[in-house]
Ligand binder design. Structure first.
Ligand code: NAD
Ligand code: G6P
Ligand code: MN
Length: 441
């Protein structure tokens, strides 16, 4: 069987060990020739790189493994780049979350003003790695988790329309895992219909392979418990704040119970509740630094100290399985059905062709082919129109260096009460992001 070379961009990410473990777990279905880590922060990546080097020597000595900050060494002759860079890292995530809260506005990594601030940083980093890939591995595909995926995807559509970049999110697969537990099935036994934008969508159908529809059964469960399940279904999305998020789906469903909501809709439909429960001094970024980051990097240091990765403490999860399944779908033309972020082009009949939407696709060697989701109701359509306008204005602001357009993007966001607050916030964000954003005039 053919063997593949993979580079993980953002090698120092807390998600890197999980993806590496998943790749090794799939070595029969997706054989590896070489695996490389690439990051622009040598020190951060070295901790994970040194540990993974030991793990690979023990578990897959036949795979060539390196970690590097040199893009030529990292990208040359690779088949896939699995990307999860975070421009500005947790220090800037903390700012993205804390600055809006000063104005009583949602402080979130990908939604509202924090998401816009992060988007304006991420575009530059994404263009950099796409260009490296195209220079050193012109036939490769980039499978991209780097957030905010909606803005990154729109930026790719506008600025790199011919690049082989697929933008993905783990929330639909993570939630499907919960739904499958609710109905007593395996996630792979279920096919969904879904429409929306990234972190802004709804399931309209969840069926098994025999065609039995489970949406009503799941709706009744979610109306009572949200997506909280009886037993733990994943190692990801388990912290207390995530449990509150799964539970909150109950309130989102009550607003419109035709379809099952993505949990991220809470930031747009219940921003007041969210702000009321947020601390201005300790946000999710702090939780992640004290939790996942510490756990993953402590585990890596332990491996290096002891010289063995037996009982490594690294976990695989639905996040890792999704990106490996996607690589397999392209490598072996599996035609797997997967929810992806793609240009609409009629998939949602009554929504603009040039919007980047999240819908089920059939994925093969030529990439994703979107499945038609038909017309959507006015309520969902209007919400999506407002949000997609925010995302498009942000990308236009980036391309044109336009202060006005970014102010309009913030003003348009459902999370911000007025143009006045939007302007105050923008000025604060410009100051905090001055090392990262293009100059706005
Ligand atoms: P992290 O800070 O641990 O890792 C990000 C890494 O990217 C860091 O090591 C950093 O040095 C590196 N980096 C930053 N800019 C870079 C550049 N220009 N070139 C190369 N490397 C660069 O963050 P994390 O919490 O592990 O998350 C990583 C990313 O994955 C984030 O963007 C996060 O939002 C995203 N993510 C997305 C999904 C999804 O559903 N799409 C799910 C989980 C995580
Ligand atoms: C979900 C989303 C991702 C986001 C992540 C944040 O998985 O789909 O887009 O990056 O949550 O999780 P965290 O644990 O870092 O808050
Ligand atoms: Mn996501």
């Amino acid at each position: 069987m053919r063997k593949f070379s993979v580079v993980i961009a953002g090698g120092g990410s807390t998600f890197t060990p999980g993806i590496v473990m998943m790749l090794l777990d799939n070595s029969e279905r997706f054989p590896l020739k070489s695996l490389r880590l690439y990051d622009n922060d040598a020190e951060r990546q070295a901790t994970l790189g040194a540990a993974l080097e030991i793990l690979l020597k023990e578990q897959a000595p036949e795979v060539e493994f390196i970690y590097t900050t040199d893009p030529e060494i990292a990208f040359t002759d690779t088949d896939f780049c699995m990307a999860h860079i975070h421009v500005g890292k947790y220090a800037m995530r903390e700012q993205d979350e804390k600055i809006p809260l000063k104005y009583g506005v949602i402080g979130q990594e990908t939604c509202g003003p924090g998401g816009l601030a992060y988007g304006m940083r991420s575009i530059t980093g994404m263009l950099e790695i796409i260009d490296y890939m195209e220079q050193y591995a012109p036939d490769a595909w980039m499978l991209n988790y780097s957030n905010p995926a909606a803005i990154v995807a729109e930026a790719c559509r506008v600025l790199r329309p011919d690049s082989k970049v697929l933008n993905i999110c783990d929330m639909p697969v993570g939630t499907l895992r919960r739904m499958s537990q609710i109905v007593g099935k395996q996630p792979k036994d279920l096919d969904v219909r879904y429409f929306g934008l990234n972190h802004f969508g709804w399931w309209t159908s969840v069926k098994d392979k025999e065609g039995h529809e489970y949406i009503n059964q799941i709706r009744d469960y979610v109306a009572e418990h949200g997506y909280l399940t009886q037993v733990e279904v994943d190692t990801q999305h388990m912290d207390e704040s995530w449990q509150a998020t799964h539970k909150k789906a109950k309130d989102i469903l009550a607003v419109d119970d035709r379809y099952l909501p993505n949990t991220y809709l809470k930031y747009y439909l219940f921003p007041d509740d969210e702000v009321a429960h947020s601390s201005c001094t300790y946000t999710r970024a702090n939780e992640v630094m004290d939790g996942r980051e510490k756990t993953v990097f402590d585990a890596a240091r332990r491996i290096v100290e002891t010289g063995t990765a037996v009982d490594s403490g690294f976990h695989i999860d639905s996040h890792a399985s999704f990106i490996v399944d996607l690589a397999r779908a392209i490598a072996f033309n599996t035609h797997e059905r997967m929810v992806m972020i793609v240009e609409n082009n009629g998939a949602i009949a009554n929504f603009p062709d040039d919007a980047m939407v999240e819908v089920p696709c059939i994925v093969g060697s030529d990439g994703p082919e979107a499945l038609a989701q038909g017309k959507i109701p006015m309520f969902h359509q209007a919400l999506m129109h407002q949000q997609v306008t925010v995302e498009k204005l942000a990308v236009e602001a980036y391309v044109e260096g336009s202060y006005q357009k970014l102010w309009q993007a913030l003003t348009m966001s459902k999370t911000i009460p007025s143009a006045k607050v939007a302007k105050e916030l923008l000025d604060d964000l410009i100051e905090a992001n001055k090392d990262f954003w293009p100059e706005l005039k």
